[in-house]
Write a protein of this length. Structure first.
Length: 685
């Protein structure tokens, strides 16, 4: 019997039973805001989820999607018990079994696969389903490392922006939401906080009320573009050209900050050289913008201080994404925008805590590294060894990674043993041989880490686990025990692990979390760049031309790869975050917003009108859905929401069916927005 196979003891506020009470916890989903939540619990059930006032950034409000999270917790799609497949892969029919039987089967398959084809024939597959410190890179990592499975490069998101930020600044802490009101110019570059991080919105508005100018760089209209002084509706994948044109403007017109460049940077000459070809006129042409608008933007940036660039993730999801992020992040160094509150750059702050995951009780072995964007290839082509066992958790790759058709073909393989450890019956879980029910964040502990503001918070269970769901740490601890991989009295479950993490966190962070506070790093919640924080590069300087990036980048750093459009597939399909889901999480709930957005010119050319049923297609796949026509997107670009479930479209394929599994120029990221497609009426097909 394993150390933690017993059903979980009743715990948390739910154990109190009785009349309704409000319990505080935190939202650990993959959203920059990490809200503090006030959850009303009545007779052991969640009845309302709202924002708490304890956290000044949350400020008493949360997004509509997490307000509805109770519908997921108690919904029809929730997985309540472990199950073993009945019928064909993809049917989603399972026979209920006990935890003991399910985990014994999984452990047996692991052992057999390792004996037959080596540990690398097992592929663990995960991303940021719950983004906290307990649900990933923990006992899961310990299991994979000690068992010697393949390793996973977690590159589906933030790989190019992360590589650029690491290369230029060593991932220095960036400007947090709280300091936006100090800015005189805010540039929202490839980011749409009105959907993807709503707590930034009031700070941007506040800045505008105080007179700040707002520039938005986005091929679509968003609530921010309506309020902007300048909307640059850029052609997707061309941001590197725009950013380099601004650099060239700064250098050639005497707006570059020579003193800052001398004292705090390296590589300015090489950057300047790469920017040289990008005149305003050339950039405008490549980016599909008016010359006058590009020039106005460059002049505004040159003249404003504090000037703040928020570098989002929309600009990274293409062949030029790494160079684009690097060129955007280099702007404040060249323009001399650091050193003042509200000036500099703002992006993911997820790695500024300096938290060493000492709680992973094993070194990483140098086993095969699989890029998660190549899952389809790995399942259908890799042979040395082939993937025999796939263990999916915190992730829904049947709909979220590139080349959906190939991924599904791989998942259909009869000789593949797939485990899905999931909260709900996702499109991926339907292909599993064994499903294991996971708790949601309302049923377990986690550490929610904000990456827009900077704070940590302990998420606590507010209700008992639904059905027989168990938290990640319990299940990975159990598997470690079954496979003889626990050493001494190492934690084998969530509670022990939580205590170990609390003890291992640097300084007084653990004590503050225990006391229910929201600790921040030593430099506080709103650092000024180059006053409170400096680059974490070896010489503490900004590296404007990192050698490592120059040699990694597909055709060199700050260089432009042309659009992949062809005559057959001329339209650029983008798939931005929507306010209905977090990636595909909550995508199971009924929705009416699943339409393909197209500009009236493109619709007219194709004889299409709003409400038509259309097929969006290329050589990789095809999606059938309803058309929406509006000038809210630039001509030549069309948009489908990110994170759709297969049930949301007419033919069971989603945007990722049209996405090539090509990798970004830096970081091995996904090129979601390099999908080039054609659209036609379904009636005419
Ligand atoms: N509601 C909600 N919130 C979320 C998420 C969600 O799915 N839903 N996802 C979370 C996650 S995992 C992430 S990574 C973040 C992402 O959040 P964001 O950084 O906002 O990224 P996206 O939503 O991918 O795209 C942002 C904007 O970029 C635009 N865009 C697309 N291509 C380009 C381009 O080539 N250049 C430029 N300049 N703009 C482009 C899109 O039209 C979109 O408006 O949000 C997090 N928050
Ligand atoms: N077309 C297109 N696709 C995209 C993008 C795009 O721009 N366009 N963006 C991409 C981005 S930014 C990202 S980050 C990825 C994200 O893609 P995924 O990592 O697949 O994220 P989710 O779709 O949210 O799926 C997470 C799953 O983890 C489960 N889960 C949550 N918490 C736990 C837990 O504690 N334990 C276990 N066992 N399971 C848990 C949830 O139920 C959910 O089904 O999607 C990418 N997909
Ligand atoms: S998803 Fe984001 S905005 Fe919504 S509750 Fe969670 S942290 Fe807050
Ligand atoms: Mo993401």
């Amino acid at each position: 019997m394993s150390r933690s196979a017993n059903p979980r003891a009743s715990r948390g506020a739910a154990a109190l039973g009785g009349p309704s009470s409000v319990v505080e916890t935190a939202c650990p989903l993959d959203c920059p805001d990490a809200c503090t939540l006030a959850v009303t619990v009545d007779r052991g059930k969640v009845v309302e989820i709202d924002g708490s006032h304890k956290n000044p950034v949350t400020d008493g409000f949360i997004c509509a999607k997490v307000r509805k999270f109770g519908e997921r917790v108690y919904g029809a799609d929730r997985i309540l018990y472990p199950g073993v497949r009945q019928g064909r892969k993809g049917d989603g029919a399972f026979k209920r079994v006990g935890w003991d039987e399910a985990l014994a089967l999984v452990a047996d398959r692991f052992t057999r696969a390792k004996a037959d084809a080596g540990g690398a024939s097992i592929l663990p597959f995960s991303y940021g389903g719950s983004n906290g410190l307990l649900t990933q890179d923990n006992l899961d990592a310990q299991l994979w490392r000690r068992f010697g499975t393949s390793r996973l490069a977690r590159t589906v998101c933030a790989a190019p922006t992360g590589a650029a930020n690491q290369g230029l600044y060593g991932k220095m802490a960036s400007v947090t939401y709280q300091d936006y009101p100090h800015a005189r110019l805010i540039v929202l570059w490839g980011v749409n906080p009105s959907a993807s991080g709503i707590h930034l919105v009031p700070f941007v508005r506040d800045a505008q009320k105080r007179g700040a100018r707002l520039v938005v760089v986005d091929p679509r209209s968003t609530p921010h573009t309506h309020a902007a002084d300048l909307h640059l509706a850029i052609r997707p994948g061309t941001d590197v050209a725009l950013a380099l044109a601004v650099h060239r403007y700064l250098f050639t017109l005497g707006h570059a900050d020579g003193r800052f460049l001398r004292e705090h940077t390296r590589g300015a000459d090489q950057l300047r050289e790469r920017a040289e070809p990008w005149t305003i006129a050339k950039a405008a042409e490549v980016c599909g913008l008016e010359e006058a608008d590009v020039e106005r933007f460059a002049a505004l940036y040159a003249q404003s201080s504090p000037a703040l660039v928020r570098c989002g993730w929309g600009l990274e999801r293409n062949r030029n994404g790494g160079s684009a992020a690097a060129a955007v992040l280099a702007l404040p160094a060249v323009g001399g925008k650091f050193g003042v509150r509200g000036g500099g750059y703002s992006m993911s702050n997820s790695s500024v805590w300096n938290i060493d995951r000492t709680w992973i009780g094993a070194e990483e072995p140098q086993t095969r590294l699989v890029n998660m964007n190549h899952l389809g290839r790995a399942l259908t082509e890799y042979n040395d060894p082939p993937v025999k066992v796939l263990f999916v958790y915190n992730c829904n790759p049947a709909v979220t990674v590139p080349d959906q058709r190939r991924v599904l073909r791989g998942l259909e393989r009869e000789d593949l043993f797939t485990v899905a450890f999931e909260q709900v019956m996702t499109d991926t879980a339907r292909y599993a041989d064994v499903v294991l029910p996971a708790t949601t964040f309302l049923e377990g502990y986690d550490f929610a880490k904000a990456y827009g503001p900077i704070h940590l918070e302990l998420a606590r269970p507010v209700v008992d686990a639904v059905g027989e769901a168990r938290p990640n740490a319990d299940v990975f601890g159990d598997l470690c025990a079954r496979l003889g991989l626990l050493v001494g009295d190492e934690p084998a479950g969530e509670l022990d692990l939580m205590v170990r993490v609390l003890d291992a966190l640097p300084g007084t962070i653990g004590d503050k979390l225990r006391a229910g506070e929201l600790p921040s790093p030593p430099f506080g919640t709103s650092p000024i760049q180059f006053v409170d924080v400096f680059p974490n590069t070896p010489d503490r300087k900004v590296d404007l031309f990192p050698a490592a990036l120059e040699s990694e980048a597909t055709i060199g750093l700050y260089r432009f790869q042309p659009d992949p459009a062809t005559a057959a597939y001329p339209l650029a399909l983008i798939s931005p975050s929507s306010d209905r889901t977090i990636s595909s999480t909550l995508g199971e709930l009924p929705r009416t917003d699943v339409t393909l957005l197209m500009h009236p010119d493109d619709a007219g050319e194709r004889g299409l009108s709003a409400g038509d049923l259309v097929r969006v297609f290329n050589d990789l796949g095809e999606v059938h859905c309803t058309l929406a026509v509006a000038a809210a997107i630039r001509p030549g670009t069309i948009s489908l929401p990110k994170g759709l479930w297969r049930r949301s479209t007419r033919n069971g394929f989603t945007g990722t069916a049209l996405v090539p599994d090509a990798l970004t120029d830096l970081g091995g990221g996904a090129c979601f927005n390099d999908a080039r497609v054609q659209v036609a009426s379904l009636a005419m097909a």
